[in-house]
Structures are given as structure tokens and as C-alpha cells.
Design a protein around this ligand. Structure first.
Ligand code: FMN
Length: 362
């Protein structure tokens, strides 16, 4: 049987502990901080809508900015139109991504009700068409198709060139096959994880990452790792070669390793536990002094990229500033700021308060 193409995932060190994609959070500045202070097996971009991109919505491009330090990096797409997925796949190859992931797990009403994200679990026929479209996009790229011939929107091409996003990858020489993966949930109204992975396996994705909740559960209750273990077993027994990652509620690197062993999965994705903690993947608990140092660097990098709305970094402020007397007051002051200059003034004042706190272990 022809084995699945895994690209960088074939050589990845196990256990695999990757950064989960999180819209509004895992943008280029935060991924940069994570990769500087601890190194996940790979990172994923926030999800990007294929229909918007295919129609030339330039404002979506910053989600695909990345630096070398973030490699290996997988770009994530969501939507419902196979043709738009195809165009976006060709475009992402031109941007030099290490992999493309298809979102089949988003429970947000405006995504799922249109049939995208977790809505695709209800429509396996379309899910299959989408995987095929992305794979065809990658194949056509490898075989030399131009962005123009793939009907990638001119706006997007021009903007990506202007932003220097395609400079290393536009030539034929760098055209490489990249893996296509799926991130999903255990079902919609009820758990159908084992049957669902069987359908996905027919299309030989390089990796399936599964969040241990159904669409209906959103984020309530607990991720069901017994269900994930069963789905993982189906993947292993299929002998297709697809990697299976579990996801949900992991709080530490120790817990990640324990779950991988206990539930027999190839690896895990970690999401919310990294909030305010770019050291997560090194298994380190930062002191408040370290968090403030990183916050300043994060803000500096955010400003340097200069393409995200200031409000986007504010939630990170709240996560960095926690766990000491007076933290709440500082958080509120930071939330009221309107630009980096105002935030820096609050941070300078906050540092005076924090300096009086003894670093742990001193
Ligand atoms: C704020 C937020 C945004 C998210 N955005 C995405 C996304 O863009 N794509 C995706 O596949 N999952 C997204 N997720 C789901 C996470 O990747 C992950 O599956 C979920 O948070 C469970 O993992 P955790 O318990 O480790 O956080 C998001 C989750 C959160 C909390």
C-alpha cells in the first residue's frame, strides 16, 4: 500500500508536542516568543478563511507572516469551497509553509452554521472533497503551476510580494511537497470519533489532530481522552501511516507526556495552557520578573511587525500580569491603553511595583 506523505512530520522527534492553533492568540508575535523561550515540535497559524483569501481580502495576510525561528510551521485554513481551498493551498506553498492543516473542528456558530469548521463532520462528502482539493493544490505547486494559473487572486499575490512574504519561494527550485493534515473534534451532537477517522483516513492525511470534545460541547466538561485513545487505535490499526494527535485540557509538559503514554497517541497539541507562558514547552514556570521581560519583548516585536491592531496584544498583557499584589489594577490600566506608548508607560510604573517583589528562589 502507498504510504502517506508526511514531509517534516516523518522526521519529527517523538513525543510530538505541538502548539495548537488559536484564533486571535497564536499570531506571529506570540509564536515568536514561544519559539524563542521554548520549542514546540511545530507551531500552527490562526485559522484563515479560504473564501475571503480567494476573493482577494488582503487584510487576512498578516496571519501568514512568520519568521525562521517558528519553523516547522503549519498554516491552517477553514471554509467550505473546495476551489478556494485549492487556490489557498497553492498560495501557502508559495509562502514556504511546512504544512497545511484543514480546520474541521471550529465550533463557532458563524463558521459551523455555514458548514465549515466542525460543520464538516456532518458533511463527510464535502470534507473529503476539501482534503483532495488541498492535496491537488500542493501537487500542482510541486509540478510547477504558477500562482496566476492557479487563479490565486492578484491582490493577494501583490500584497505578499510587497510584504516580502514570497521572496525565497517563488522559484521552481524550492518547490517541495508538504504534508496536509486535519484538525477536528470527536463528533457533532454525539461522539463518532472512530467512524469519522475512518472516513478521513481514506484520504491519507499526514496527521489527524483531534480535540476530545464534540461540537455541541464547545469547551464545556472535560476532553474525553478515552475516546481519543480509541480513535488513535483505529488510525494505528489502519496502517495508513497517518499520525494521530490528541488535544484537550493539557496543563503541563509532564501531563502531555503522561497522556501520550497512557492513551497511546503519537503526540498532542496544547492550546490554552500557553497563555502568558511562552516557556510552556520547556516545562518551566516563569517568575513575574521573567514574564515582564518577555512582555516587553513581545510588545517590541508586535510593534516591529506593525500589521496587527493594538487590541490584539491586550489579552496577552492580562496573562503576563498575574499572580502578585496589585496585578489586577495594572491589568485594568493596561486594558484602557490605546497604543503601545500608553502601554509602555503603564508597564514602567508596574515594574516599580514588581521590583519590590522578590524573584522566586532568591
Ligand atoms: C481562543 C481560542 C481560539 C481558537 N482558535 C482555533 C483555530 O483558529 N483553529 C483551530 O483548529 N482551533 C482553534 N481553537 C481550539 C484549540 O486549538 C484547541 O483545540 C482547544 O483550545 C483545546 O485545547 P486546549 O485544552 O489545550 O486549549 C481555539 C481555541 C481557543 C481557546
Amino acid at each position: 500500500m502507498k504510504m502517506v506523505f508526511k514531509g517534516f512530520l516523518a522526521k519529527i522527534k517523538k513525543p510530538i508536542i505541538g502548539l495548537a492553533p488559536m484564533d486571535g492568540i497564536t499570531d506571529a508575535p506570540f509564536r515568536h516568543m514561544i519559539c524563542k523561550y521554548s520549542k514546540p515540535s511545530f507551531v500552527m497559524t490562526e485559522f484563515v478563511n479560504v473564501e475571503g483569501l480567494a476573493r482577494g481580502a488582503k487584510k487576512m495576510l498578516p496571519a501568514f507572516l512568520y519568521g525562521k525561528i517558528e519553523r516547522p510551521i503549519i498554516a491552517q485554513l477553514f471554509g467550505t469551497e473546495p476551489i478556494s481551498f485549492y487556490k489557498c493551498a497553492v498560495f501557502l506553498c508559495a509562502l514556504g509553509f511546512d504544512g497545511i492543516d484543514i480546520n474541521m473542528g471550529c465550533p463557532v456558530r458563524k463558521v459551523e452554521s455555514k458548514g465549515g469548521g466542525a460543520g464538516l463532520i456532518k458533511n463527510p462528502k464535502l470534507a473529503v472533497e476539501i482534503i483532495r482539493a488541498v492535496k491537488k493544490g500542493v501537487d500542482d505547486w510541486v509540478n510547477g503551476i504558477s500562482l496566476k494559473d492557479a487563479c490565486v487572486h492578484e491582490n493577494i499575490i501583490c500584497e505578499a510580494i510587497a510584504k516580502g512574504m514570497m521572496k525565497e519561494n517563488i522559484g521552481m527550485l524550492n518547490r517541495q511537497m508538504i504534508p496536509v493534515s486535519v484538525k477536528t473534534r470527536t463528533g457533532c451532537d454525539k461522539v463518532i470519533a472512530e467512524d469519522w477517522v475512518k472516513i478521513l483516513l481514506e484520504e491519507k492525511p499526514a496527521m489527524i489532530a483531534m480535540h476530545g470534545r464534540t461540537l455541541k460541547q464547545l469547551y464545556s466538561g472535560r476532553a474525553d481522552w478515552e475516546v481519543l485513545a480509541k480513535a488513535g487505535r483505529v488510525v494505528k490499526e489502519s496502517k495508513v501511516g497517518t499520525l494521530f494527535l490528541g488535544n484537550g485540557d493539557i496543563k503541563s509538559i509532564r501531563e502531555a507526556k503522561e497522556k501520550i503514554k497512557k492513551y497511546g497517541v503519537d503526540g498532542v497539541l496544547v492550546g490554552r495552557a500557553v497563555f502568558g507562558n511562552p516557556w510552556f514547552f520547556a516545562g518551566k514556570e516563569p517568575t513575574i520578573h521573567e514574564r515582564i521581560k518577555v512582555l516587553n519583548e513581545h510588545l517590541e516585536y508586535f510593534e516591529r511587525l506593525g500589521c496587527f491592531h493594538f487590541d490584539k496584544i491586550k489579552k496577552h498583557f492580562s496573562w503576563y500580569f498575574k499572580g502578585f499584589d496589585g496585578a489586577k489594577k495594572i491589568r485594568i490600566e493596561l486594558l484602557m491603553t490605546k497604543n503601545p506608548e500608553e502601554a509602555k508607560k503603564v508597564i514602567v510604573e508596574a515594574v516599580k511595583v514588581i521590583k519590590k517583589i522578590k524573584p522566586a528562589g532568591v
